[in-house]
Design a protein around this ligand. Structure first.
Ligand code: C2E
Ligand code: MG
Ligand code: MG
Length: 686
């Protein structure tokens, strides 16, 4: 070590030594920068960066060596062999390339190997360069120094690349210093390896000190310029990629429509807030589900829905204070986060969010008032895990929704029981569908004028092993929610056709169709197969559907209805008078029957407006040539009013409850005739 130091101090021009070290350090910094681009790129671009990096590294090593050599004051005439000088540059570049490629490998064990190869490139360059350096004297090589120089350069270079590939802070500076050290140590240890004895044979005077200094300065400038350009291009490329990455990350974390953070951003923020130590001790996760938003979409179209969502996002964003965050999770589902120390901060936040929904949204083409169901879960009392908090806020939101409450609903442990039993029921339902746990009950329908049976409505029942017979209103919505409705509905249609084909009469069987099933592309083939398989004439099957089935995807729904009609099947519009009751639906498709909803019939005896509306609906049906059936007739007086209004048929407990057995036609006839006879009216009124 002492000899190396003595060699630097006594045998070199120190100014050029300093310049050589500057070249080595600047060049190493550029190499690290370029190496970073190799790591960040792939394919052809990676190959391009390997080439540019090896040229940069080779040039840096070569310049350092050349400048330092020019600083070596041998005390004897010196000349340079230009071919070998250039060959030393070429060899440095050629060997640096595989070294850099290996050091950038995904296999971590290859990183130091690559670094060591770069070290060998430095050494080979140096000793090839030494061969170009012709001294008028006897050069004696001290091999221990040669070996030490190669080992030092390989080890330091391996360490340099290893350091850079870690994730430690300061890895860039560390890598750069170690590589610079590898180049400098190799050179000066290598220089200490030669011992020159005077032997002036030629008449040539060799390069003067001034010429050597000028050569060194010129080389240093040219080298630094080239290395600088390569480093700057790496820097620009890195920045461009960072920019693109930042833009892509923003896009990935924001909702395209409202520009609010999206589900992924929300989850990240929730995790960060859960893991944050100190500061505010409480966190509230708030789920917000819009109410009546679907009406806007259905009535005014999706563009209007989008417009409303954007306006709502603006309102919500302007209601936020620092540290509060609101995201759109998708569709009409939003979520908010607030960290707080004082409960009043949370209450204030919930008040501000609720107020967003009090004012109507006014647009040029339409206006809308929407509501929200809000569910809240609190950390730490409701849980500390991010997923658990989200699930619990969701449960609370569903509770608010089922209770039609606009006030925020806070999670409590009983909600878990409800959701658990719902999950159990859903799994039992799937089981029952595969194992066949259902049966169909039939409810009679009759013509009011004659009392003759016109058909039966098939109503499904679940024969549950422990809970007994379960009504469809309990499990049909669950089947729709869990996606089991289509296999269940397929079974119902096939079974109804099969059983009706065995009836001793030719009555029509009406089957209810879920809106989800109407949008199933396999529906038409399935109905055709059920008819063919059972031998039931298509004219004896009626499909009942509600307006909501048509409103969702109007065009496709109408296509399906036309296809069903083409099979020869009848179509009835069920539950008319509730929900949308849009005349447009009636106009857009030629239904064979309108079924007036029971809730409507319930009010006939007490509400004169209900009677007037019934008369208007019947008049509308008459104009469109669609007979009206009154559902849910329980007492003779309701039947009389329906008959007076001009209803064509009835269904209800008055003439028969849903049952496995078909009813006696004479009983139905006499019940209807008695109820509609004027004498009976008088006695009823009396
Ligand atoms: P819906 O299609 O409107 O069926 C009529 C419902 O009213 C039946 O209830 C029937 O039992 C009931 N009902 C009829 N007359 C009276 C009456 O006078 N008084 C009272 N209180 N109720 C009466 P159910 O069987 O519980 O079915 C309810 C709903 O479940 C049905 O309404 C229908 O929307 C759905 N549903 C039933 N079976 C099926 C099915 O096989 N598939 C599908 N997708 N839905 C079904
Ligand atoms: Mg029905
Ligand atoms: Mg109905």
């Amino acid at each position: 070590m002492m000899e190396v130091a003595a060699c630097i101090v006594q045998e070199h021009d120190l100014r050029l030594v300093i310049i050589a070290i500057v070249v080595a350090l600047v060049g190493s910094a550029a190499t690290v920068q370029l190496f970073g681009r190799i790591l960040a790129s792939q394919g052809k671009s990676r190959l391009g960066w390997i080439v540019l990096s090896s040229v940069g590294t080779g040039t840096m090593v070569w310049c350092t060596h050349f400048v330092a050599m020019m600083g070596f004051r041998a005390g004897f005439p010196v000349t340079l062999n230009p071919e070998l000088t250039l060959a030393s540059l070429a060899v440095a570049i050629a060997l640096a390339a595989p070294g850099l490629a290996l050091a950038a490998s995904h296999r971590r064990t290859l990183v130091p190997v690559g670094g060591a190869v770069v070290g060998i490139a430095i050494s080979t360059m140096h000793y090839t360069g030494m061969m170009a350096y012709r001294i008028d004297g006897i050069v004696e090589w001290r091999w221990p120094f040669v070996i030490a120089s190669v080992l030092l350069s390989s080890t330091l270079s391996a360490l340099a690349f290893n350091t850079f590939r870690t994730s430690r802070p300061g890895r860039r500076v560390g890598g750069c210093l170690l590589l610079g050290l590898a180049v400098a140590m190799l050179h000066f240890t290598g220089m200490a390896a030669i011992k020159v004895s005077a032997l002036t044979l030629s008449a040539e005077r060799g390069l003067s000190d001034t010429a050597m200094t000028q050569l060194a300065l010129g080389t240093a400038c040219a080298g630094l310029l080239f290395i600088g350009c390569a480093a700057v291009s790496a820097l620009i490329d890195g920045e461009t990629q960072n920019d693109a990455y930042r833009r892509m990350r923003r896009m990935a974390l924001h909702d395209g429509l409202t520009d609010l953070p999206n589900r992924q951003a929300f989850n990240e923020e929730l995790t960060i807030r859960r893991e944050r130590k100190g500061g505010t001790s409480h966190l509230a996760v708030i789920m917000i589900d819009l109410a009546r938003f679907k009406n806007v979409n259905d009535t005014y179209g999706h563009q209007a829905g989008d417009q409303l969502l954007m306006a709502l996002a603006d309102r919500m964003t302007s209601a936020l204070l620092a540290g509060e965050c609101i995201s759109r999770l998708g569709g009409d589902e939003f979520a908010a986060l607030i960290s707080y120390t004082d409960r009043s901060d949370l209450d204030d936040f919930l008040r501000r969010i609720s107020e967003v929904f009090t004012e109507p949204f006014l647009f040029v083409r339409f206006s809308a008032t929407i509501g929200a169901n809000i569910g809240v879960a609190l950390a730490p009392q409701d849980g500390t895990d991010a997923d658990l908090l989200l699930a619990r806020a969701d449960l609370a939101m569903y509770r608010a929704k089922s209770e039609h409450s606009t006030a925020p609903c806070f999670y409590d442990a009983t909600m878990d029981d409800v959701s658990r039993s719902k999950r159990e029921l859903a799994s039992e339902l799937r089981d029952a569908i595969t194992k066949g746990g259902f049966e169909l009950h039939y409810q009679v329908q009759a013509e009011i004028a004659t009392g003759e049976i016109s058909g039966y409505e098939a109503l499904v029942r679940w024969q549950h092993p422990s809970r007994g017979l379960i009504a469809p209103m309990t499990f049909i919505p669950l089947a729709e929610e869990t996606g089991s409705i289509i296999p269940l509905s397929n079974w119902i249609i096939a079974q109804a056709c099969f059983e009706a084909a065995l009836w001793p009469n030719q009555h029509v069987v009406a089957v209810n169709l879920s809106p989800l099933h109407l949008s199933d592309p396999g529906l038409i083939d399935m109905v055709r197969y059920a008819l063919e398989n059972s031998g039931l004439s298509p004219s004896r099957l009626t499909i009942e559907l509600t307006e909501s089935a048509i409103i969702h995807d109007r065009r496709y729904a109408l296509e399906q209805l036309v296809a069903l009609k083409a099979l020869g099947v009848g179509l009835a519009l069920d539950d008319f008078g509730v929900g949308y009751s849009s005349l447009d639906v009636l106009r857009s498709f030629a239904f064979d029957r309108i079924k007036l909803d029971k809730s409507f019939v319930d009010e006939l005896e007490t509400d004169e407006q209900a009677v007037a509306l019934l008369q208007a609906i019947v008049a509308l049906g008459t104009t469109l040539h669609i007979p009206v059936l009154a559902e849910g007739i329980e007492v003779p007086n309701q039947l009389r009013i329906a008959a007076d209004a001009g209803c064509f048929a009835l269904q209800g407990y008055l003439i028969g409850k849903p049952s496995r057995k078909l009813v006696d036609p004479t009983i139905v006839r006499s019940t209807v005739c008695q109820a509609t006879s004027r004498n009976l009216d008088v006695s009823l009124v009396a």
